[in-house]
Design a protein around this ligand. Sequence first.
Ligand code: PGA
Length: 268
Amino acid sequence: MRIVILKDYETVSNWVANYLHPKISLSMQDEKHPFVLGLPTGSTPIGTYKNLVRYYSTGELSFRNIVTFNMDEYVGIPENHPESYHYFMHHHLFDHIDIPKENINILNGNAGNLEKECQDYEDKISINGGIDLFLGGIGPDGHIAFNEPGSSLTSKTRIKTLSYDTILANSRFFDNDLSKVPKMALTVGVGTVMDAREVVIIATGYNKARAIRQIVEGGVSHMWTASMLQLNRRMILVCDDAATMELQVETVKYFKDIEKVAGEILPG
Ligand code: PGA
């Protein structure tokens, strides 16, 4: 696992967008091979999305040859509901870039047959040659997508019942009314994220520090589902100083030193 530790949210967002820049740029040179990108929702990636929109609006990047697969979606709320992940993605990214509509994939939480919807999603990822890079955030409990503690570490896209804690936490977006909060979601599995050729996880803020400690210093455990990503061949964790607060000082120093040496010997 590569760990990049930066000052704050803004620096992290700039770093991640800058990391994606050449990959998106390269996709424009080979029309036959789109860059297949897995994407998260949540507050964490908003800064990165802002930068990507800026790259498009200044003419630096085009997203015409990008195919996206989102991580998850609630079951049973309309796509135009302000809390749906369809709405989020269009609001923060897709409405502001030139990605073709048919290249956007988001699970349909209103499908008549939800199990088929999940299987079709996995099939579509395979037809597209698998995911080149999965971008993700993590929850304070170490979850990745809606893979809450205890989820199978080899899981694929499926229906998940949300934990009471998640429903309670999400109620702030639904007039603090528990009855309005979706109780189920469709989500890619931990195994789906693991299969990506590369994974970039963003974690900022002290409320992620406990999860970062488990994911970086702990072993692989289904109680911290993102810890499975230790086994991905190309996994980068990009975090701000606050998210590293529960790591040992020597761990932080170790990973900062590696980045420093790499910065000195590698071009760019
Ligand atoms: P956040 O959510 O980006 O809003 O912190 C991340 C997550 O729960 O996966």
